[in-house]
Design a protein around this ligand. Structure first.
Ligand code: CA
Length: 350
């Protein structure tokens, strides 16, 4: 296929692009009106997106479950050749096992149909309900082997739990075996964490998402997941949810904690925490179209670990695409940033 404009020697692959089935939007509306989901963040986030009359959230929700033609037209208008789509946050992760599994199956079937109808324009990640790990492994296998999906979406905490809980180990082993990455995507912080954010109006993408997802990422690293699952590939949005800026201090303090034995949970790792950003973790620029942060992140973790994402439809803005195209990089570097790293990490074959 050819790029959407003539003078560009690479495709733009956007790697954190949100999507939702209408069934999930309807289910969320019902839970909101009946008060049958307790999660504080769900009411804050989805109460706004599904309840507000403001044109901004209404346009986002419309685009999340619009027909493929509208999404393709938006991609064309912004110069996006290909999207890696995933079930929008919180996805299944506020639902019980039965509802979550039903929504995951619907999402995986529908996303697979979209990808097969438009193989050069769409790829997608699988969704599962994390409530029943054996069922999640089975659905992941179906989604990857039978439906051709390219990874697994994890919309941050799992009703207050994190993926480093040992009960999720079979799912991480399945990701290794299937050779597909896990994408850690933000959500509102769990109830134990959200109140100081919410009372200040900061629980959403402004900072609460990043604080919670950054904590999740640091828990994954320090729990030794990558030592137990060395072939696991983890993709993280928003340039690593703040952690790249902290790497020196994290390494320094982690080493001190290991030496002092202060915490039972903090054990020696095979390498300093920062090294996992060079061996097991890839970052995307979703929502962070800001040259100083992108260049810093490339500098500290490596240009081969940072790839483009838009964060459609939440941050659908052609000017942000142009800002990243204007980064001070050669065409070869931009080909890696916009296309080749995504192809390698998600094993894209179109
Ligand atoms: Ca996103």
């Amino acid at each position: 296929m050819t790029p959407t404009d003539e003078h560009r020697p690479y495709l733009r692959i956007a790697t954190e692009e949100a999507w939702a089935p209408t069934e999930m939007i309807d289910l969320y509306r019902r839970h909101l009106s009946e008060g049958t989901i307790a999660d504080i963040g769900f009411h804050s986030l989805m109460g706004y997106f599904l309840g507000s009359a403001h044109p901004q959230p209404r346009a986002v929700v419309e685009r999340l479950h619009a027909a493929a033609e509208r999404r393709l037209a938006d991609m064309d208008s912004a110069g996006i050749d290909h999207q890696v789509m995933a079930l929008t946050a919180p996805g299944t992760q506020v639902l019980d096992a039965e509802e979550g599994a039903r929504i995951a199956r619907i999402a995986n079937d529908r996303l697979s149909e979209l990808c097969r109808a438009h193989p050069t324009r769409f790829s997608a990640l699988a969704a599962v309900s994390y409530e029943d790990v054996d069922a999640a492994v089975a659905e992941l296998r179906r989604a990857v082997r039978e439906l051709g999906l390219k990874g697994l979406i994890l919309n941050d905490h799992i009703r207050g739990s994190h993926i480093d809980d040992p009960r999720f180990a079979p799912l991480l082993a399945a990701l290794e075996e299937l050779d597909v990455p896990l994408y850690l995507h933000p959500n509102t912080p769990p109830d134990r964490m959200i109140e100081p954010y919410r009372e200040a109006g900061l629980d959403g993408a402004v900072h609460g998402f990043g604080a919670s997802a950054g904590l999740h990422l640091l828990r994954i690293i320090t729990s030794g997941i990558f030592d137990r699952h060395p072939r696991l590939r983890l993709v993280v949005g928003h340039l690593g949810e703040g952690l790249p800026f902290w790497l020196h201090r994290i390494d320094h303090m982690h080493a001190k904690q290991v030496a002092s034995g202060r915490y039972e949970r903090i054990k020696p790792l095979r390498q300093p925490p920062s090294e996992y950003f060079r061996t097991s973790i890839w970052l995307t620029t979703s929502g962070m179209p800001w040259a100083p942060a992108i260049l810093f992140t490339r500098d500290v973790i490596g240009a081969d670990r940072v790839m483009y994402a838009m964060d459609y439809p939440y941050q659908f803005d052609a000017a942000e695409v142009q800002a990243q195209d204007a980064l001070p990089l050669s065409d070869t570097e931009k080909a890696d940033f916009f296309e080749n790293i995504a192809r390698r990490v998600f094993r894209l074959e179109f």
